[in-house]
Design a protein around this ligand. Structure first.
Ligand code: FAQ
Length: 344
């Protein structure tokens, strides 16, 4: 307890959650509950940096916003395996293949932690997955672009994981406990992913002229879609006001995008590659890069399901789901047997 505010919130939690353990406080509880509506108590907890846990009271809109964001995040991890999985059989060496395999498996693990976090909010796994497979649910726009060359695996690690981690570090401190805890491990792994991508780009950029050209071509194609990963501009971000108030998000889409650009431009300079933006310019006064215009029509089109690979991704997910039916059945049968054995 390092502040009076935190002490007050903690005290209210004790008397609200365990009044019988503190009979002296029973009357105060009634008064406190009258004075402080549940929503205010919830907000006070959030403001005091206490985590909201699954059994705590929460506004319905908070629960829905979390289910929306966490499920979209989980779907992104799972669909995100597809563009990279495309290169596992064609990785240029055994070392590269082993690294890529490990990375793609990490993404599956991230999906699982996140689906589990989503279940703690009352969303069933079946419904969440069904929403992805039917095309109802969103996932990150970035995974609807194709990986055409080996350099794209470098660009995905460097730029896509780089953008993902920029956004996800703040989520380690998100207000919902299960999401925050899942994000700690995810961020450690994303950090390795970003470095492996940068290393691929650095080897190619220092290689033959053809290899350097391949790296540049890949940067040209992935730069703008990576900037779109941060979501619409703050002015058009419909969910941000609530998410910031509830400390689900702690930095805005535009702030994170700017930080990503500032860091990544310097990394491109070290690689000797050129960011495909004629308007890119360092501003000595703001200490930030100025940059060109994102094609929001392209973003909206991809999010609406009309990007280069949207249909292909859903076909692949549905095929994997159908072919995995026997695994789910076997797991259920095993769980049934275990339950019977325990009951006997
Ligand atoms: N694509 O009001 P906002 C990864 C939607 S994981 C598609 O600003 P919000 C790992 C948004 O859902 C990458 N849709 O929304 C990996 C909303 O629609 P709705 C994913 C987008 O939630 C690497 C509407 O636009 N990361 O890469 C996109 O406050 C390599 C209005 O937007 C996460 O999911 C988009 N890019 O802010 C895996 C992180 N952006 O639902 C494999 C968690 C926005 O109202 C290989 N998510 N929309 O119908 C977040 O931090 C947030 O959800 C944002 C969007 C920042 C993505």
């Amino acid at each position: 307890m390092n502040s009076p505010g935190l002490f007050f919130v903690h005290y209210l939690m004790i008397i609200n959650e365990r009044p019988t353990a503190y009979p002296i406080f029973a009357n105060i509880k009634t008064v406190a509950m009258e004075d402080l509506k549940l929503e205010e108590l919830f907000q006070a907890k959030v403001d005091a940096e206490l985590k909201i846990e699954p059994k705590d009271w929460m506004p319905e809109k908070y629960r829905k916003t979390l289910i929306r964001q966490i499920s979209q995040h989980a779907h992104s991890e799972v669909v995100g395996m597809l563009p990279e999985g495309n290169w596992i059989t064609r990785a240029p060496s055994l070392r590269r293949k082993a690294i890529l395999l490990a990375k793609v498996q990490d993404e599956a693990g991230h999906g699982l932690y996140l689906y589990s976090a989503c279940e703690t909010l009352g969303a069933t796994r079946e419904k969440t997955v069904e929403d992805l497979n039917s095309g109802k649910a969103k996932y990150s726009s970035i995974f609807n672009y194709p990986t055409l060359t080996w350099a794209d695996i470098g660009a995905v690690g460097w730029l896509v994981d780089g953008a993902a981690i920029m956004n996800q570090v703040m989520l380690c401190r998100t207000s919902y406990g299960p999401y925050a805890r899942a994000m700690v491990r995810i961020c450690k792994e994303e950090s390795f992913h970003q470095r492996q991508g940068y290393e691929i780009m650095s080897v190619l950029a220092k290689g033959t002229p053809e290899q350097k050209e391949m790296a540049q071509d890949s940067l040209n194609r992935w730069w703008w879609p990576s900037l779109m990963m941060f979501g619409p501009s703050d002015a058009n971000s419909t969910n941000s006001a609530d998410s910031m108030k509830w400390k689900i998000k702690r930095q805005s889409n535009d702030e994170l995008r700017q930080t990503f650009i500032d860091r990544t431009v310097q990394q491109a300079e070290i690689l000797g590659l050129t960011i495909p933006d004629a308007k890119l310019k360092w501003n000595e006064d703001t200490k930030h890069y100025e940059w060109g215009d994102i094609d929001w029509a392209e973003f909206n089109n991809v999010v609406a399901g009309n990007g280069p690979c949207n249909k292909e991704r859903l076909v692949a997910r549905n095929k994997a789901h159908d072919e995995g039916a026997w695994v789910r059945e076997a797991a259920m049968a095993y769980a049934g047997k275990q339950a019977k054995r325990k009951a006997a």
